[in-house]
Write a protein that binds this ligand. Structure first.
Ligand SMILES: *Cc1c(COP(=O)(O)O)cnc(C)c1O
Length: 501
């Protein structure tokens, strides 16, 4: 059986269900599998003729082997069989003979977080049952935009769960706000906070640690949990699409079985690209994982020098989901390259917390660089990339994917490596239509247009339909109007829980 241990060296080993239920280890570390099962090329060939849910089943059962086949099949089918608008779930689009785009945004919120958050609730509910828990799970989320909506869509009407999302009242885009406040479902709640994202996040952390609330919850058979990307249950579903993309390239005769390819990943918290690393460790023929950052290029420096230094200005960019200075999931990579030495990882994390930086030294840095290459794209370069790619291929990129395409160009110029590459596309261009329209049509054309008018503009000019999930959003019924003070979040949670009784 595959067991899980903490990256910070605790000796306890637990099942995947327990790891998914807990989210984070008691010593503050992240759960990682103790052993990784390899797939043979023959195993990979078998994926070629499978549907996406079947591929997901084949990969997930190698990590979640305490789940029965039946349980796992229920999870993958609920998540991927009819919630995605594209029949292939995660299709691969060819731009030219060596460049492909893996579109991960055909889910209900038009961003790649759906790939994990559509299945996590089902895994969590089963994990709770399997570990003998009787409580109902209440998910608390503080969001700066994308995660909140994806978590709402994932948990809406899932039996045995409730979800409460806090967002900064004036700190998300108009489209993001409407996506959340029009959310339907009998177990969902969305609350605006009079403050910024940090206020909302701090408030949620306080609620998790509040003793009074804890007994309030216990009396009512409730328990809090988080849908954050440090949970193994959010990371493991992301390994699937790396295999799926490879299988699709074989299916369409673009590569031969066993041929190596590159992946280019727009990176923030390092969850997405780390899933690619696990795929590689499982035997997927991958040459390089190319880590693409925006102006917040802390990971570019780390991969190039071995020094992780967060002591720098935080820059708000047009690719906001990558505006991150502490990439939590990097800890899992460090654990692997440092030969699973939890004491070492623990010490680096302590240095990061106390001094704002750590240096892994030349030996481990070289280990990282065997598999990873890193680069970054500034905002002007990102906009130019959107414009050029549309001119050349009539393909519209969102701002995050455009960062990846620009970094891929830099990779090819620097290394001359023309191995077939798959750019992992993380959002529909409609989700970031302000910047995309600016890149394609110029500043003047978009002046004083609302976000909803820009959706139409992008659609008309590029001949693409507005995704159903975003069309007519401004005309939908507003369901969640509650707004609270930043020190009123706990009361808001109690009110909601009493109402749900
Ligand atoms: C979350 C997100 C990312 C970053 O992914 P990580 O797993 O945090 O590295 C990139 N693009 C978009 C659109 C996202 O929502």
């Amino acid at each position: 059986m595959v067991l899980y241990e903490s990256t910070r060296g605790g000796s306890e080993r637990i099942t995947s269900a327990e790891a998914i239920k807990r989210g984070i280890a008691p010593d503050g570390g992240l759960y990682v599998p103790c052993n990784i099962e390899k797939l043979s090329l023959e195993d990979i060939r078998e994926l070629v003729e499978m549907t996406y849910p079947e591929r997901a089943f084949a990969i997930l059962k190698r990590f979640l082997d305490d789940f029965s086949d039946e349980e796992l099949a229920e999870c993958v089918n609920s998540a991927y069989s009819n919630k995605f608008t594209h029949e292939d779930t995660a299709p691969v689009v060819e731009l030219n003979e060596s460049l492909f785009v893996l579109e991960l945004w055909h889910g209900p919120t038009c961003a790649f977080k759906d790939m994990a958050l559509q299945i996590l609730p089902h895994l969590l509910v089963k994990a709770i049952k399997k570990t003998g828990e009787k409580s109902k799970v209440i998910i608390l989320v503080a969001t700066s935009g994308d995660t909140g909506k994806a978590a709402l869509e994932g948990f809406a009407d899932v039996e045995g769960t409730g979800i409460i999302v806090f967002y900064p009242e004036n700190g998300v885009s108009e489209v993001q706000k409407y996506q959340m406040i029009t959310q339907t479902g009998s177990n969902v709640s969305v609350i605006g906070v009079k403050g910024n994202f940090d206020d909302a996040q701090t408030g949620v952390k306080r609620i998790f640690a509040d003793q009074e609330l804890k007994s309030f919850m216990e009396d009512r058979n409730l328990r809090f949990s988080s849908a954050n990307s440090i949970n193994w249950g959010r990371l493991v579903p992301q390994i699937v699409y790396y295999f799926s993309a490879y299988a699709d390239l074989i299916k369409t005769n673009r590569i031969d079985l066993g041929e190596k390819i590159n992946f280019v990943v727009p990176t923030g918290n390092f969850g997405n690209i780390l899933a690619g690393y696990y795929a590689l460790k499982m035997g997927l023929p991958v040459n390089r994982l190319i880590c693409a950052s925006n102006d917040n290029n802390v990971l570019t420096d780390f991969i190039r020098t071995g020094c992780y230094d967060k002591r720098r200005e935080f820059i708000k960019t047009i690719s906001p989901s990558m505006d991150i200075l502490i990439s939590s999931n990097l800890e899992r990579l460090l654990y692997e390259v440092a030969d699973r030495d939890g004491t070492q990882v623990s010490s680096w994390m302590k240095q990061l917390f106390e001094n704002g930086y750590y240096d892994i030294g030349k030996k481990y840095r070289d280990e990282v660089r065997k598999r990873f290459w890193a680069g970054w794209s500034n905002q002007e370069e990102t906009l130019i990339t959107i414009e050029c790619m549309y001119e050349e291929y009539k393909y519209v990129l969102d701002t995050h994917t455009a960062v990846a395409v620009d970094v891929y160009d830099k990779y090819v110029i620097t290394t001359g490596d023309l191995t077939p590459a798959v750019v992992v596309s993380t959002a529909s261009p409609f989700k970031f239509s302000h910047s995309v329209c600016k890149a394609l049509f110029g500043e003047e054309k978009i002046a004083d247009k609302s976000e909803f008018e820009l959706l139409e503009m992008l659609s008309k000019n590029c001949g693409l339909p507005v995704p159903d999930a975003l069309a007519g959003l401004d005309k939908k019924k507003i369901i969640h109007e509650t707004v609270c003070e930043k020190d009123g979040m706990k009361d808001a949670v109690i009110q909601k829980l009493l109402k749900w009784e």
